[in-house]
Design a protein around this ligand. Structure first.
Ligand code: DMJ
Length: 639
């Protein structure tokens, strides 16, 4: 007999099995029914209730599992099915190929998936006053307006959501798109500042190369010390912006042309903050010892300034002859000048292991710390180099001649790792002194401002220079100082912004006066002689700090408006930017024909950092900026 084919065997087996199964199923059905009938009514109800309960539980857990599977939360889920898998996120923006600082500690890193930066601007490209998060419904297909980018271009907010069937996947894809849009906006903002820098640099290169300042209208230059001031002030800005070509050509000039062996009088303060500060920070950022050698050279040539009867330095030094002297008309020095060279000289001592620099500036600090003539921690504006005493006493300001005294109290405390309590005490006392004696509100809109005090008489006058204060106050709070410092910083920031906003050119004058009497029509008045703008940095400097610490996008918006107005009223077509005489005349702001070195050293640098979401780019946990925006390291472990 031949063995059964596979088909025959299966048919027979299935047939038998099927028949048996049906019989027993029928039997079981009948017996179940009989048993059910035998149950009491209560028993049947209980069983039915339990079954219904089990069914409900089953359904609920089924939907939870399904949701988790969709959201990719289950451990078994893999990157490939997760719509926001890390490897599909955009690469962090790279500002250049130059070496970059290390990232900050994790807790300070910005949330890269936070609310997107989408500036709500007018279609003509002019910024409105408000910065808003991208509205949620702007992702909907029905949203016809879309979102306007900072340049007036419509950002396609729907891209990436079309055709998505799964609701959760659609949300995640849209979020991914938001992140890309944020990066694109950031890249464009950064590129706009780079463009401004390149334009300023081109003018300097074409008409002022190796000289102190560009005169962009006359296509020439002016000399202050004859040390290539703009070029040195701008070195670290180029490095931070990733402008490698420009940086390399400037470095070549420093290497082959820059000589401090010159019979020239220089101002101790200006040379310290711009040249010594610029060289030290460029050394730190690049590691190139060329800049350290140059820093040592200029640092040692400035030391004769401290050879005074009181050890309070003279304002002027001849760096070729090694002699120093006060200005011709007085033996006084300016308080801000002698107390705002400490960060740089302390750092020079640390790097060279030569204590003479630090000792010289510490002596000044200690003398000023112990002087009579302060008011609640506020200092007068002048100090005599013979007696070592304050002169012209009784006048207190946070503007010219006193401003950076306060800034350097906080920053020296930070530089040294918060281990020198004298700085902190003086700083905290001074802030209280400011609040008690100088803070007022304007009328009619209640802008908070810092006025001046002259022999007990309050004057509602405020220099643009005072706008460094919001940034410094915010930096203090970030480092553990009282929260109300930040509150004052925010109020002051608004005022500094209004000093731009309320002018016809959107640019701040050098000095404003605030109305305080009831019934005033406007808050801010500007005297004829005060209508100039020197391309100063203080407001954008503070915007940078406020944005880093609060992440409130309005500060970027304000910075963007200011940059636009610099471009509109101070940019010279043949290259460079100019200071102007009249910020109240948009038809003819009257160019002054001078581009200050701090426009490249500070103003554009702070704007760039304001627009960068890479908070590790000059982390405020690692660097402290000198008063010319040159970042110096916070001393490691501050031994
Ligand atoms: C810069 O040289 C420095 O910021 C200084 O502290 C004040 N003056 C200018 C900028 O306004």
């Amino acid at each position: 007999m031949h063995p059964p084919s596979r088909q025959d065997y299966v048919a027979i087996t299935l047939g038998q099995k099927s028949s048996g199964y049906n019989n027993s199923k029928q039997w079981r059905r009948q017996s179940c029914w009989r048993k059910w009938k035998q149950l009491s009514r209560l028993q049947r109800s209980l069983i039915l209730f339990t079954v219904v309960l089990l069914l409900i539980c089953g359904l609920a857990s089924y939907s939870t599992i399904t949701e988790k599977l969709r959201g990719g939360e289950l451990e078994t889920e893999t990157d490939s099915v997760h719509p926001l898998a890390p490897h599909v996120l955009p690469e962090p923006e790279k500002t250049g190929q130059l070496p970059r600082p290390e990232p900050p500690s994790k807790k300070k890193l910005p949330n890269k998936r936070g609310p997107p930066l989408l500036l709500n601007l007018q279609k003509n490209g002019n910024a409105s006053n408000t910065v808003e998060d991208k509205p949620k419904d702007s992702k909907n297909k029905g949203d016809e307006q879309g979102v306007i980018s900072w340049r007036g271009a419509v950002i396609d907010t729907e891209q990436g959501t079309d055709g998505a069937k799964d609701g959760d996947a659609k949300d995640d894809t849209a979020a991914d798109q938001d992140i890309k849009t944020v990066k694109e906006a950031e890249t464009e903002l950064l590129e706009a500042v780079r463009d401004s820098f390149r334009h300023a640099w081109q003018g300097y290169k074409d008409f002022a190369w190796g000289h102190d300042e560009l005169r962009p209208i006359s296509k020439s230059f002016s000399e202050w010390f004859g040390l290539g001031l703009t070029l040195i002030d701008a070195l670290d800005t180029m490095w931070i912006m990733g402008l490698k070509t420009e940086f390399e050509e400037a470095k070549a000039w420093v290497s082959t042309e820059l000589s401090f062996n010159k019979n020239v009088d220089v101002n101790l303060f200006e040379t310290t903050i711009r040249i010594l500060g610029g060289l030290l920070s460029t050394y730190h950022l690049t590691g190139d010892t060329l800049f350290l050698e140059k820093a040592k050279d200029i640092g040692s040539r400035l030391m004769p300034a401290f050879n005074t009867p009181s050890k309070i330095p003279y304002s002027d030094v001849n760096i070729g002859k090694g002699t120093a002297h006060p200005p011709r008309w007085t033996s006084d020095s300016t308080v801000a000048e002698v107390t705002s060279i400490q960060l740089e000289f302390r750092e020079l001592s640390r790097l060279t292991q030569d204590p003479q620099y630090q000792a010289a500036v510490a002596e000044v600090t200690n003398k000023v710390h112990n002087l009579d003539g302060k008011l609640d921690g506020l200092v007068p504006m002048f100090i005599n180099t013979n007696s070592g005493q304050f002169t012209h006493q009784g006048v207190f300001t946070l503007g010219a001649r006193a401003d950076s005294y306060y800034e350097y109290l906080l920053k020296q405390w930070l530089q040294g790792g918060k281990k020198e309590p004298q700085f902190l005490e003086d700083y905290l006392q001074a802030v209280e002194g400011v609040k008690k004696n100088l803070v007022q509100k304007s009328s009619p809109n209640g802008l908070t401002f810092i006025g001046e005090l002259s022999h007990g008489q309050f004057s509602p006058k405020m220099d643009h220079l005072v706008c460094f204060l919001p940034g410094t106050l915010a930096l203090g709070t970030y480092n553990g100082l009282p929260e109300d410092h930040l509150d004052l910083a925010k109020q002051m920031m608004e005022t500094c912004y209004q000093m731009y906003k309320q002018m016809e050119t959107g640019l701040s004058p050098e000095i404003v006066h605030f109305n305080m009497h009831q019934g005033s029509v406007r808050d801010i008045e500007v005297k004829l002689a005060d209508r100039h703008n020197l391309l100063r940095p203080e407001t954008v400097e503070s915007l940078f700090y406020l944005y880093r610490f609060t992440k409130d996008k309005k500060y970027r918006q304000w910075g963007w408006e200011i940059l636009q107005n610099f471009n509109k009223y101070t940019k010279i077509s043949s290259g460079g930017y100019t200071s102007v005489n009249n910020v109240r005349d948009p038809d003819y702001p009257s160019p002054r024909d001078k581009m200050e070195s701090f426009f490249l050293g500070e103003t554009l640098k702070y704007l760039f950092l304001l627009f960068s979401d890479d908070f590790s780019l000059i982390s405020l946990d690692k660097y402290v900026f000198n008063t010319e925006a040159h970042p110096l390291p916070i001393w490691p472990s501050a031994a």
